[in-house]
Design a protein around this ligand. Structure first.
Ligand code: ZN
Length: 193
């Protein structure tokens, strides 16, 4: 077995020991903005975007895609907690570029064990049985990084529950340099209007 649970709890003890006055933070993000980005382990939005506790909302999922659930969170974020600006940040070398709906569905139908990423893409190496339940999920894979950012910015901007006053910016994070690069044209709401 792994030692992950012990490691996490030990790290948390250290964190709590240095907690300071963070018990005074308010619930609404103090800097009134949010970030939608990928769950990729190489990305740390608190570090690459300079966030401290209490500053901003961060929504993460596979790809940083504007899924229904991401939009649910964004609407709650601005409507109830006052955020006014959002960043959609996808990244280079995203795992979501290495498969399609069809590939994912076939892999899951074959087995529920972890697949291997080979030079021919993800290949199933586990033993079955798998499940065909993946047929019912839209996996929101990425064929083109810039286009996926533009699509998600536009999808959020055009959503009937998202106020036109919310500014939405589109960026790509480069995992080889740590730099953010703006995707154009995804300028802020008031410029697009
Ligand atoms: Zn990713």
């Amino acid at each position: 077995m792994s030692n992950i649970v012990q490691e996490v709890l030990a790290a948390n003890q250290n964190y709590a020991a240095e907690f300071g006055n963070k018990n005074t933070l308010g619930m609404p993000p103090a800097r009134r903005f949010g970030i939608l980005t990928c769950m990729d382990a190489r990305l740390d939005p608190a570090k690459f975007a300079g966030l401290a506790e209490g500053d901003a909302h961060v929504i993460r999922n596979a790809g940083g895609r504007a899924s229904d659930d991401a939009i649910r969170s964004i609407v709650i974020s601005y409507k109830l907690l006052g955020t006014r600006e959002w960043f959609v940040i996808h990244h280079t070398n995203c795992g979501m570029e290495f498969f399609t709906n069809d590939v994912m569905r076939k892999l899951l139908a074959s087995s529920l064990e972890t697949a291997s990423l080979t030079e021919h893409g993800f290949q199933d190496v586990g033993k079955g049985p798998g499940s065909r339940a993946g047929e019912y999920i839209e996996w929101l894979t990425i064929a083109d990084q810039e286009q996926s950012v533009r699509d998600d910015v536009e999808h959020i901007r055009q959503h009937p529950l998202v106020s036109k006053n919310i500014a939405i910016y589109g960026y790509i994070y480069d995992v080889s340099t740590g730099k953010l690069r703006e995707v154009s044209p995804t300028r802020r709401a008031e410029e697009a209007a």
